[in-house]
Ligand binder design. Structure first.
Ligand code: F6R
Length: 260
């Protein structure tokens, strides 16, 4: 796993946007896997800026969401489809029909295989952005999720519902209990994984995921199996990493063509 420690969110967003831009320029029909939540927001703002100022185009891209709440009315402001439309898709030239989420085809557990078939049809995900939950989840694969899991229906932990209450005016009871999420093994099929984490509250779990044992108790630790993962963190989120100095040194001396 490559760990890149950067001073703050704008540097993190620039590097993640560079990785996406590289895919957009290298691939005819690029397939982007996008996450919701707070962590990728600066990256979306940077991509929107590059679209407006430099003409970066998403016209031939496909976008797949990692996960979606189950049980919110269609078009609910906090559904992950609306979130990604509002924060990203509405501001670039991605055709709205090129955006897919895991509950598009059917409700709940039946839609997993259909969603995976749509992703497979377009050749799989070229680059997947990820955040990490304070309990170590990626997508909504909560602790204990099978490392071999595929897209399916899941129940959120109380910790995740409390974390996400901030998107529902602080009302934890308004946060749905159920989601449909890409599985860990689905996520691992993307060709490049870029995990973003900022802030001291993520420090412990980032260290567990990157330097701890691979365990279903910390689902993000499964990323250690993937051949091309870039973990982009700020100083606060890096503060519990035992090998932080080595990661800094590695990145500092990286040849430019290998920047991400
Ligand atoms: C969102 C997702 C989640 C979040 C994670 C971190 O689509 O799948 O795994 O990435 O909960 O959320 P933030 O970035 O809000 O801390």
């Amino acid at each position: 796993m490559e760990v890149v420690i950067l001073p703050g969110e704008s540097e993190m967003a620039e590097l993640a946007a560079d990785a996406i831009e590289r895919v957009l320029s290298a691939v005819d029909a690029p397939v982007l896997g996008l996450a919701t939540g707070s962590s990728p927001l600066p990256t979306y703002r940077e991509l929107i800026r590059r679209h407006r100022e430099n003409g970066l185009s998403f016209a031939t891209a496909r976008v797949f969401l990692l996960d979606e709440y189950v049980g919110l009315p269609a078009g609910h402001d906090q559904s992950y489809r609306r979130f990604i439309e509002r924060e990203f898709v509405d501001h670039v030239d991605l055709p709205i029909t090129s955006l897919s989420g895991p509950s598009d085809s059917a409700e709940g557990e039946t839609s997993g295989p259909e969603y995976e078939a749509i992703i497979a049809d377009v050749g799989g995900v070229d680059i997947q952005l990820l955040g990490i939950g304070s309990d170590g989840h990626i997508g909504f694969n909560e602790p204990g999720s099978s490392l071999g899991s595929r897209t399916r229906f899941k129940t959120l932990t109380g910790a995740t519902r409390s974390d996400n209450a901030r998107f529902f005016d602080g009302d934890v009871d308004a946060v749905p209990r159920h989601v449909i999420t890409q599985g860990i093994s689905t996520i691992l099929e993307a060709r490049h994984l870029v995990l973003l984490a900022a802030g001291a509250t993520k420090a412990g779990v980032v260290a567990q995921a990157v330097e701890g044992p691979v365990t279903a108790t910390v689902p993000a630790s499964a990323l250690q199996f993937h051949p091309h993962v870039t973990v982009i963190v700020d100083e606060a989120a890096a503060s519990s990493l035992a090998r932080a100095e080595y990661y800094r040194e590695t990145y500092r001396h990286k040849p430019g063509w290998q920047r991400i």
